[in-house]
Design a protein around this ligand. Structure first.
Ligand code: ADP
Ligand code: MG
Length: 234
């Protein structure tokens, strides 16, 4: 375990604190019950579990896309499950960077425009780049080893590995308090996977963003400060 990083703007308020969370999809006989999560600002948590154990459901709960059947979710001091839908969307835009399994990049935008997008949707994210979204996007793409002659290309013309790093840059821009990642490494070979994770976590550390990363692949746990398992019956 490492030092408990503290974030200047959140003090000792946990990045994530959940209690007694459960969720039931239509057609499910039993609610899925999730272990409690305590994640300190700047820390990196790995959550592993087999396919179907509820990893994506949990991330959707934490992102405020769906509401728990029971339990509560505090993110950066805000109880997000008590917010109305519009306020949850606002909170997500301001404070959460999401890396989806399929990346969900906007296909008709360039790599650079995909990365700056969160700053066009959130004045707070823009302000945290010092109102220099494009400059920070360029720095991130450079740090994530996307060649400069690819920055203005439509993202569909990039390789899978490059698309994944563009998705990471989009999550990192404007230093969100929390980055949620849903198995974004499953399409990569082991070397690229380890390189990607090291880079993502190093850049998250620089912006003091907490990271919560889910995957079925337990061998990724070594990169993280903490880990939690979801069982088959979670
Ligand atoms: P994981 O990401 O670990 O593979 P999921 O959260 O996607 O797990 O799924 C957990 C359980 O919830 C599975 O049984 C799955 O079939 C069910 N589930 C997930 N999404 C939906 C949905 N949109 N509608 C109904 N059931 C769903
Ligand atoms: Mg999933």
């Amino acid at each position: 375990m490492r030092n408990k990083a503290t974030q200047a703007d959140t003090g000792d308020i946990p990045a994530v604190q959940t209690r007694g969370l459960s969720f039931t999809w239509p057609g499910q006989q039993q609610p899925m019950a999730f272990p409690d999560i305590d994640l300190n600002p700047g820390d990196h948590l790995f959550i592993h579990g087999p396919s179907g154990s509820g990893k994506s459901t949990l991330l959707n709960l934490l992102a405020g896309m769906i509401l728990p059947g029971a339990g509560d979710i505090h993110l950066l001091g805000t109880r997000i499950d008590a917010l109305r839908a519009g306020a949850r969307d606002r909170f997500r835009a301001d404070h959460i960077g999401v890396i989806f399994q399929q990346f969900n990049l906007v296909p008709y935008l360039s790599a650079l425009a995909n990365v700056t997008l969160p700053c066009r949707l959130s004045a707070q994210r823009l302000a945290r780049t010092g109102n220099q979204a494009e400059t920070q996007a360029r720095q991130l793409l450079d740090q994530l080893a996307i060649p400069e002659d690819h920055w203005h290309r439509g993202v569909t013309r990039l390789s899978i590995g490059q698309q994944q790093r563009v998705a990471a840059a989009r999550a990192l821009i404007g230093a969100p308090g929390l980055i949620l990642a849903d198995e974004p490494t499953s399409a990569l070979d082991t070397d690229n996977r380890d390189r990607f994770l090291d880079l993502l976590l190093k850049l998250a550390e620089r912006s003091r963003s907490s990271v919560l990363f889910v995957s079925h692949d337990r061998s990724l746990a070594q990169h993280f400060h903490q880990q939690i398992a979801l069982g088959e019956s979670a």
